[in-house]
Write a protein that binds this ligand. Structure first.
Ligand code: NAD
Length: 261
């Protein structure tokens, strides 16, 4: 139980990678603040499962990651409930696939807000407490798209390259405070985010579902396998251990060799 007495806020943790990260932290004894959308009964089921399976406290914040004041409120709620925010995982994210000339302006704004600006707002709110306690772990879920581009994902690629830069800057500003700031850059992980982009990719590239999975998604990964949410979560847990205290400002790829090409 390496994270007993720590509190972790994981944005976008009602589904996919975020939920696996929250569960992995809970398994190590951390108190958990879940965040994200979803049917209330499903969210409550996930929250209760964390408490009963791992014997920790878990609460849910419905803060909308497009709203700076709600993001600050989520960090405040965590500090009031548990006394501190020791670990912050900026993970909430959405995707939209379209050629630039047809890309809806409101989708661009929404992706930049959720996938990039929300991390700035959450880090800004959590840092004073981390600095005062001289311990903190900030992990941003970036993407292989923080290092390389794909066509038709302009907003996503721009946001993910941005999060890689924000990670480095925050790491430099906090290096002497016992705080590390890193990003994890997964390749394709089978989650609702990937499943939902298949129909639009079929349209944009004029392909069948099988062609999108094999010729676009798995084509990118030399291993020809999807990354699992549990693998990403295990790396997040490692980044919170003492063994990882000198890893800061890093962009850690977990992409089956995608960005080695
Ligand atoms: P997902 O769709 O399963 O989960 C996304 C989460 O974000 C959900 O909990 C959702 O409710 C939440 N969310 C969306 N909009 C929100 C908002 N406005 N406010 C608060 N929460 C909001 O997706 P996932 O694949 O688990 O993605 C998680 C992160 O991992 C994202 O940042 C994504 O870009 C990144 N990522 C995913 C993959 C992949 O292949 N799945 C690869 C690389 C990076």
């Amino acid at each position: 139980m390496t994270l007993k007495s720590k509190t972790a806020v994981v944005t976008g943790s009602t589904s996919g990678i975020g939920l696996s990260i929250a569960r992995a932290f809970a398994k190590e004894g951390a108190s958990i603040v879940l965040n994200g959308f979803g049917a209330p009964e499903e969210v409550e089921k996930a929250r209760k499962a964390i408490e009963s399976e791992f014997g920790v406290k878990a609460i849910h914040s419905a803060a909308d990651m497009t709203k700076p004041e709600e993001i600050a409120g989520m960090i405040r709620l965590a500090e009031e409930t548990f006394g501190s925010v020791d670990i912050l995982v900026n993970n909430a994210g959405i995707q939209f696939v379209s050629p630039i000339e047809n890309f809806p302006v409101e989708k661009w704004d929404q992706i930049i807000a959720i996938n990039l600006s929300s991390a700035f707002h959450a880090i800004r709110a959590a840092l004073p407490g981390m600095k005062a306690r001289k311990w903190g772990r900030i992990i941003n879920t970036a993407s292989a798209h923080s290092l390389v581009a794909s066509p038709f994902k302009s907003a996503y690629v721009a946001a993910k390259h941005g999060i890689a830069g924000l990670t480095k800057t925050a790491a430099l500003e906090t290096a002497t405070f016992g705080i590390t700031v890193n990003c994890i850059s997964p390749g394709y992980v089978w989650t609702p985010l990937v499943e939902k982009q298949i129909p639009d990719t079929m349209k944009a590239r004029n392909m069948t579902k099988e062609q999108v999975i094999n010729d676009v998604l798995l084509e990118a990964q030399p291993t020809k396998q999807f990354v699992t949410t549990e693998q990403v979560a295990a790396l997040a847990v490692f980044l919170c251990t003492d063994a990882a205290s000198q890893i800061t400002g890093a962009n850690l790829s977990m992409d089956g060799g995608w960005t080695a090409e």
